[in-house]
Design a protein around this ligand. Structure first.
Ligand SMILES: [Cu+2]
Length: 495
């Protein structure tokens, strides 16, 4: 049904501009007034969303920065759809650079994937591109620019696909988007990449026992929940005893977060959109590009929802409040849950119906570092001459990712969700998985979505330093020839 796409800003505040542009007015589509459920939150049920990528001034709480954002919002507008429905979103590019939108985790048709050089030419300044695709799977997803370092600016936002027959019982839900931030604070992400390229020095003091080895190369001064720093936190309101679903999304460029809610345990119900057998833990490590859904039963008070920048020392923090009288937790609140039971991949099991067929063959992908220390490789290759994993339509292959480098890597595959093989009973369906130094992880991939698909590290700076390959169907296409049509991009006369 066409009315299945909704849009609103996070936290219930929607700018006038986003309401207007959200109506997809440029296509002349009808808009429908806010539903009763969304009354007061400005929910629209338009036929589509307009994402206007443009320079913007955004508040991180106490600090204001210049950046690039969608519709002037940080994160970008929440896009909601129903499984089996269609998402329609028009990217309007008002940036001083070409851009795309990638729909992270969605098993969509290649031309809509937003992968520059693979699925489309980037949309140039002053042009637009209409993304129209079916969303087959319910779950927690996000969208972001896939050009250069743009997603380390404000060019990201949540995408939630609802299950029309949602089996999970809960009273309320909140979307929790985590990010690391440097843009507008002494430079841009491009400046940071240039500095990184001119130096192969890694900060050896940044280490994590959970991730192993060096945990970071970049300095991000702020860590954010829904666009706000810990000193001016986002507040999620609820009532004691409520069962609340938190949809956690790590949109950061270079930071894994260890997440806990003070005074509560977390029942993990989904990862990367797909359901898992529920497991109750105290804390979760979430790499860049990963998502987890957890259900919590709220106590009475005001509680810190902490996302520790793993191995870095900083933190993002929000407040979950069920009592107006409770004092807010300090921005450095002690949260003992961070050091209690940590979720492991081995704790996660997919539903039987989500298991993939047994693989017929195995491929190894070696994650490496160049001798120079500022290039990252897949089977020894850089993105300029990318590694290609060849598949034939209909087969299932096992991909062993073997990390020989001194850093951990969140590897992400476009257009598919793999099954992580960490247990005999069948691991979770995921699209992004963390691989620690000297670790080997196996994932099974069912080749059911033909195309040339990006297969890369979701550490944005590793991606930009070469860690980008492909998974492709059949014979390799002639260079450049595999790129899909230009979609609905309007070309200016200066081509
Ligand atoms: Cu990496």
């Amino acid at each position: 049904m066409d009315g299945s796409v909704r849009m609103r800003g996070l936290g219930g505040r929607v700018s006038r501009r986003s309401l207007i542009t959200g109506a997809f007015a440029a296509l002349g589509a009808a808009t429908v007034p806010a539903s009763a459920a969304g009354a007061g939150q400005g929910i629209l049920r338009p036929r589509g969303t307009v994402l206007r990528a443009a320079p913007a001034t955004v508040s991180l709480g106490r600090r204001t920065v210049r950046t690039w954002a969608y519709n002037g919002l940080l994160p970008g507008p929440l896009i909601e759809a129903t499984a089996g429905g269609t998402v329609r979103a028009r990217l309007v590019n008002a940036l001083p650079a070409a851009t795309t939108v990638h729909w992270h985790g969605i098993r969509l048709a290649l031309p809509m994937d937003g992968a520059p050089g693979y699925s489309q030419q980037p949309t140039r300044r002053g042009e637009h591109f209409d993304y129209v695709f079916t969303v087959p799977d319910a779950g927690t997803y996000f969208y972001h620019s896939h050009v250069g370092t743009q997603s380390d600016r404000g060019l990201y936002g949540p995408l939630i696909v609802h299950d029309p027959r949602e089996p999970l019982g809960y009273d309320a839900e909140h979307t929790v988007v985590l990010d690391d931030w440097l843009d507008g604070l002494g430079g841009t992400p491009d400046d940071a990449l240039r500095r990184l390229n001119s130096s192969a020095e890694h900060d050896d003091t940044l280490r994590s026992p959970l991730l192993g080895g060096v945990t970071a190369e970049m300095h991000h001064p702020y860590y954010l929940v829904n666009g706000r720093a810990a000193d001016a936190p986002t507040t999620f309101s609820g009532r004691p005893g409520q069962r609340v679903r938190l949809r956690l999304i790590n949109a950061a460029a270079d930071t894994a977060f260890r997440v806990a809610l003070g005074g509560h345990r977390l029942t993990v119900t989904h990862t990367d959109g797909f359901p898992v057998a529920p497991v109750t833990v105290d804390t979760i490590l979430i790499g860049m590009g990963e998502r987890y859904d957890v259900v919590v039963t709220l106590g009475s008070g005001a509680f810190p929802l902490v996302a520790l920048a793993e191995g870095k020392g900083g933190r993002a923090q929000a407040v979950v409040r069920t009592s107006g009288a409770a004092l807010p937790p300090p921005s450095d609140a002690e949260v003992p849950e961070l050091n209690r039971r940590l979720l492991k991949y081995q704790d996660l099991y997919a539903r039987r119906s989500d298991h993939l067929p047994r693989p017929s063959r195995t491929v190894t992908v070696t994650l490496g570092m160049s001798d120079s220390g500022n290039e990252w490789t897949l089977n020894g290759k850089l993105s300029s001459d990318p590694m290609r994993v060849r598949v034939e339509r209909g087969e299932t292959i096992r991909v062993i990712m073997d990390n020989t480098s001194p850093m951990w890597h969140p590897m992400h595959l476009h257009g598919h969700t793999f099954q992580l093989r960490v247990a005999d009973r069948g691991g979770p369906r995921k699209d992004t998985v963390n691989i620690k130094p000297r670790e080997r992880l196996s994932v099974d991939v069912l080749a059911d979505n033909p195309g040339e698909w990006m297969f890369h590290c979701h550490n944005l700076y590793h991606q930009e330093q070469g860690m980008m390959g492909t998974l492709g169907y059949g014979k390799p296409p002639a260079r450049g020839a595999h790129m899909g049509h230009h979609g609905h991009t309007k070309r200016s006369s200066r081509r």
